[in-house]
Unconditional design. Structure first.
Length: 201
């Protein structure tokens, strides 16, 4: 893992203050760009209708940036839309909430805010993950895992708004996510592989 990402694990995280906009980072995966582009602007607009102010940074991937930017303008949510993020560490550092798909890079690699020298990037702030078919129990409390079929209706925006408005709940979820980090994971994998292959070469 890049040093600038790993160092973020030692940075104290604070719940978003009520006197500023909530900063939301949206990271699209290879197969999730269109899905998130279609759902997230409306979701964040619904959250704003519950009394919060949102500022989004949406990494659109292969989805047309100008079309997505128009979708945010249409619903009245302030957003910066970019195809790719050049400075991921700064984006993670600034965000209060991450919305991301559940691909291998996000879940197995834990690309949801966690940075402490691990395979995971998800241990500094809460996140919404587009839920995979299987969701290990040990991840309970570390974020909102949502199936595609559950992105409709008021339940999700109510959950997100409640989380962002409750500093204790935000902090608890952030700490739960941080607890999933695996320090020096790459080195551990190498050691395990060497032990597994010992005597087989």
């Amino acid at each position: 893992m890049r040093a600038d990402i790993a160092e973020l694990g030692s940075v104290p995280r604070m719940a978003p203050e009520r006197d500023r906009a909530v900063r939301v980072l949206v990271m699209s995966g290879t197969r999730s760009a269109a899905f998130l582009a279609a759902r997230v602007p409306d979701l964040l607009a619904a959250v704003e209708r519950r009394g919060l102010v949102i500022e989004a940074l949406h990494q659109s991937g292969d989805f047309a940036s100008n079309e997505l930017a128009h979708a945010y303008r249409r619903v009245g949510v302030k957003a910066t839309v970019v195809p790719y993020l050049d400075d991921i560490a700064s984006a993670f550092r600034a965000a209060d909430l991450l919305i991301a798909p559940s691909g291998a890079g996000i879940v197995a690699g834990r690309r949801w805010p966690a940075f402490p020298r691990s395979t995971s990037r998800w241990a500094t702030r809460p996140a919404i993950i587009r839920r995979p078919t299987r969701w290990p129990r040990r991840r309970a409390g570390a974020g909102l895992a949502v199936r595609e079929s559950e992105w409709q209706g008021e339940a999700l925006d109510a959950s997100v708004a409640a989380l962002l408005a409750d500093g204790r709940a935000w902090t608890a979820m952030s700490m739960a996510a941080r607890g999933l980090a695996v320090p020096n994971a790459a080195e551990r994998i190498v050691v395990d592989c060497e032990a597994l292959m010992l005597g087989r070469w």
